[in-house]
Design a protein around this ligand. Sequence first.
Ligand code: PLP
Length: 353
Amino acid sequence: MDIKITRAKQLKNKPDESNLGFGHYFTDHMFVMDYTVEQGWHNAQIVPYGPIPMDPASMVLHYAQETFEGLKAYRNHDQILIFRPEMNAKRMIASNERLCMAEVSEELFVEAVEAIVDYEKDWVPSAEGTSLYIRPFCFATEAGVGVHPARAYKFIIILSPVGAYYPEGVNPVKIFVEDEYVRAVVGGTGFAKCGGNYAASIAAQVKAEKMGYTQVLWLDGVHRKYVEEVGTMNAMFVIDDEIVTAPLEGSVLPGVTRDSCIQILKDWGYTISERHLDIDDLMEYAKNGRLKEAFGTGTAAVISPIGELSYKGNVQIINDFKTGELTCKLYDELTGIQWGTKADPYGWVKTVK
Ligand SMILES: *Cc1c(COP(=O)(O)O)cnc(C)c1O
């Protein structure tokens, strides 16, 4: 791919690495590429980060043909590492297919991610726990207000230096089990990483936050009975000697972190089951102590221990609201592989040249 580069006239001051937060700062440049039915993907560019002119009839603004990805680049001294970018590429292909959007091939996706990260490598922070969050996204730009698959798209990658997702550090979070709103149903777009899923979920998030909870745990959209996932993370539950997570049947987002945790846990000899878990059973296990640990998995927070579950007024504390032993061990292993401080037997980490 030929990438035309336009350098920013003025570079920004880098933010204080000890206080990055999540998603507040953006780097000097972004990757942009256009698609039309006639030309396919073309006009690949690295340009100064900034506003993008859009026609008010751009179809994304009306019918929400938009998909996105999230991955991170990590600094290990002079090396910049990215974690399983081909998984994100494959997932975006699946998301775009579901939304009838033009496909960005795996090769193009990974090449574009590497190119922009390499160009902005000075922005990959080095303080402990920090990284460069990579946000590729794709949306319909064709101007028109009739409903049909758009004939023009943009693919953009923006970058944001980030600290820990939760400023308080790896501490247990309180989770509200949502029984009014639903996130996804089989046959819908639950497995696709698209903005529309989030638009529909914000009401539940706001409701949970008002009650002092960090995120919601979604139940399946049909029976409102089986545990699916947490706001921006997949969820895992250590019940006796079994680790349970929801199966990928179309309503759950196939997380890269989820997949990585499953592989590591299997290699450690744990029994991990991708199966339906009844919320009434889960609350019972939490009450009688059979639920040893619970945690969310996702790129942003990596592993996030769950310390409290609230469902229909029944509040249960998990593991005395402390981060569990396995949760800690998994966090250390996965972040160690990602930062290049632990061996990577899976070949998951890619060095950006
Ligand atoms: C992105 C996302 C996840 C986590 O996926 P990772 O690839 O592990 O970051 C989980 N659930 C939802 C709804 C998501 O959007």
